[in-house]
Design a protein around this ligand. Structure first.
Ligand code: CU
Length: 379
């Protein structure tokens, strides 16, 4: 089912991509038909339909909630630098939609594992740059620095912590404006296509001290996928008066396997958000983020936390078939736009939230709390 959805999603993006290449006369005909009838209706109200690749900034909600990336494009020659701090706290385990206690997971009559994670913190410093090459194409580079720490409980009742830190996978993305139209009574509507590559710059061979000595850390503590990942996406953004809203679908498709012998699961996420500008400088937002990610293909034979016991029986995090899940997050946020300083436009965004649904191939650590803050400078 997941594979089917993923295929449909990629096909959809590719079809839209081929429209953009301009040889689909059918779509052009359809769009000009819609344009004509919409134009006629608006003309009766004394309004003119504007069609083209335009975008307005200088509003606190001109950019989406800060936890989203690739939600907006830039005009020719515009440059934007962003720094984000992202924090995710995971506390307690879940199997399916049910909570399971750490004691139960390591009990011989319960889960039967020898060790279990109890909680984890994932922090990320994300540096990104966007540049408007022309009024159709915006390019984006994202460089993450990841800091992970995980606490564990053993069957004997001992506790220990593992940590990993370093650069994650660098992403190169292009955003292609497809279509935009606006008129006073219908607001503005814009569509763009996202297409990117994630490069295997993050380590997937991190080691640390465990209860049984120094060893390669299990899957969730690794920093990168080790594969080149294709990142297709589609974005719609709307705006009317002080309100803005949008939809952003993003996929992650792994190409081949990494040198450790596995590939992480494919994933996709769907975002739906609305925002409202209360003044020229302050807007608030609410975002729903649905994400779905698969189990791994293959395994890393160097993830062997015990010399005799099979990795997937020893600890759940070493099992490539206990990685998948799906989750719906609800994230309120605030965006601030500051007055220009030295010709630079400054935005600050804060977003925090909680999952309202999560279903995991567990036992697996559940997400409890998400916090994103970021500073954007547009030149
Ligand atoms: Cu930007």
């Amino acid at each position: 089912m997941k594979k089917v959805l993923m295929t449909l999603f990629v096909c959809g993006v590719m079809i839209i991509g081929s429209w953009q290449s301009g040889d689909a006369a059918l779509l052009d005909g359809l769009l000009s038909g819609v344009e004509d009838s919409l134009g006629d209706r608006l003309a009766k109200k004394g309004e003119k339909l504007k069609v083209g690749n335009f975008y307005t900034s200088e509003k606190p909600n001109a950019h989406g909630p800060i936890g989203m990336m690739g939600d907006h494009t830039h005009d020719k020659g515009e440059f934007m630098f962003t720094y984000r701090y992202m924090n995710m706290d995971m506390d307690g385990n879940r199997d399916g939609t049910d909570n399971v206690s750490a004691r139960d997971i390591v009990s011989p009559t319960g889960g039967g594992f020898n060790v279990t994670p109890t909680d984890m913190r994932m922090q990320m410093h994300m540096f990104s740059g966007m540049y408007g090459v022309n009024d159709t194409l915006t390019v984006m580079v994202m460089v993450p620095y990841i800091i992970n720490s995980m606490n564990h409980l053993t069957r004997m009742g001992a506790k220990f912590k593992t940590e990993s830190e370093g650069v994650g996978d660098v992403k190169l993305t292009s955003l292609w404006r497809l279509y935009a139209f606006e008129a006073p009574s219908i607001g503005a509507h814009r569509f763009h296509l996202n297409f990117g590559l994630s490069l295997p710059t993050g380590s997937f061979k991190k080691k640390d001290d465990t209860s049984l000595g120094r060893a390669r850390l299990p899957y969730p503590m690794q920093l990168g996928s080790g594969t080149v990942d294709v990142l297709p996406g589609l974005t719609y953004g709307g705006e009317m008066g002080d309100a803005a809203w949008g939809f952003l679908a993003l996929g992650t498709i792994r190409i081949g396997r990494n040198t450790a012998g596995y590939s992480k699961g494919n994933a996709y996420q769907l975002n739906l958000f609305g925002s409202y500008a209360w003044t020229r400088w302050v807007s608030t937002s609410l975002r729903f983020n649905w994400s779905d990610w698969g189990n791994y293909d293959g395994r890393d034979t160097d993830i062997r936390p015990h010399p005799v016991i099979a990795p997937e029986d020893f600890i759940s995090t070493a099992d490539p078939n206990r990685r998948a899940g799906e989750r719906l997050d609800l994230l309120p946020g605030i965006n601030l736009l500051f007055p220009e300083i030295w010709g630079l436009e400054n935005h600050i965004g804060v977003e925090g939230g909680v999952p309202i649904y999560q279903n995991l191939d567990g036992p697996q650590l559940e997400t409890d709390w998400i916090f994103n803050v970021g500073w954007q400078v547009v030149y």
